[in-house]
Design a protein around this ligand. Sequence first.
Ligand SMILES: Cc1cc2nc3c(=O)[nH]c(=O)nc-3n(C[C@H](O)[C@H](O)[C@H](O)COP(=O)(O)OP(=O)(O)OC[C@H]3O[C@@H](n4cnc5c(N)ncnc54)[C@H](O)[C@@H]3O)c2cc1C
Length: 394
Amino acid sequence: MKVLIVGAGIAGPTLAFWLHKAGHEVTLIEHAPELRSGGYLIDFWGAGFDVAERMGIVPKLRKHGYIFTEARAVDGSGRKVASFDPARIIESNRRYLSIPRADLATVIYNALGGKVELLLDDTVRELVDDDEHVRVTFESGSVRDFDLVVGADGLHSRVRKLAFGPDKQYEKYLGIVIAAFDAERYPVRDELVAIMHAEVGFQAIRLSFRDDATLFLFTLLYEGAIPTERAAQEALLRAKLSDKGWEVPAMLDLMSSAKNFYFDSASQIQMPSWSTGRIALVGDAGAAPSFLAGQGSALAMIEAYTLAAELARTDDYGQAFARYEERLAPLIRSKQAAAQGLGLAFAPKNKFQLFVRNTTLKMMGLPKVADIAMGRSFHDRVELPSFPEQTPAH
Ligand SMILES: Cc1cc2nc3c(=O)[nH]c(=O)nc-3n(C[C@H](O)[C@H](O)[C@H](O)COP(=O)(O)OP(=O)(O)OC[C@H]3O[C@@H](n4cnc5c(N)ncnc54)[C@H](O)[C@@H]3O)c2cc1C
């Protein structure tokens, strides 16, 4: 089948990899003019790690990734409040790493070995599903027919809007906005330590990267209209955080000159169905658990793999779409429900929540407590389907 995948993030190239393996003719379209590197850091583990292993990309992920040896919470003067060693959890699993999101995307894309058509700097403008195929009109003006179209275009998916309706029907805002930006030669470095400072209403994290780079990550409670322009986003961060403690004012001073600046809402996408006719969604586009879940990339890879495996099992795409959803919807719903309770870890609403957060972090430093608190998160309790070797004729 000819399949158009919209979005070359995590889910899109993963799906392209497996569909290509099954003999489909895949086109990947990405609206950015180039595939970038760097960006905010994600933790990567669980069944997503299994998918990466099956793709043979784990050594590359380790090369670009980091294994942090300390997570340290500090107070407004930079004094340690709590600290624990994530390696203890990692060592018992060895199936965990942290990696810039765009590096993960690039490693997955490179695994395609140039065998899949990639269209950059373009996107879909119109999708018409006439039962026989989907006629796609691109922003660039060209028109092409595909057997299937899959939206892997993230939280603000254009495919979702075109095929399923407006965002407000499906997006659940969790009351927190997130900002991430980088700096070169920041004067303070703590190698392989994730340093966090929280006050009521926000948390700031500083991470030292290779090549003298530093990443700052802010999460803050916010209930107004979400600004869409960078200037307004920066203004919001300054207005809310300039008077805060620790290194926060110094970090904000570097914001305007940051090469990479990311700002978005913490939102989930909750949909009654991930497909309609010949069009389906994968990754954040159809089932974003929000960054609070800390597992969106892994889930995006699991979804992409499962969708491709189900399509490889049958010539009936409708049946494959249904099986894909049956297998994974319960897992996604449980991850989304769990994430909704994690806001206090990222932006405590009051002093009591701040106290609970700090106490939990302190206890993570005690032997075995981290395993008890975190260990279960390392098991997705999802069984990946096998990938059929004998694929049906397409
Ligand atoms: C700050 C932060 C921290 C996070 N931490 C973690 C973590 O620790 N662990 C974890 O697993 N997950 C984490 N996540 C979540 C994770 O990044 C996402 O769940 C994951 O990237 C989803 O992958 P995706 O491919 O569905 O979407 P994306 O990675 O968002 O990729 C979508 C792609 O589609 C492209 N696109 C968008 N619109 C269009 C269009 N109209 N046409 C063509 N292309 C388009 C985009 O440019 C992008 O390349 C975090 C997210 C954030 C914001």
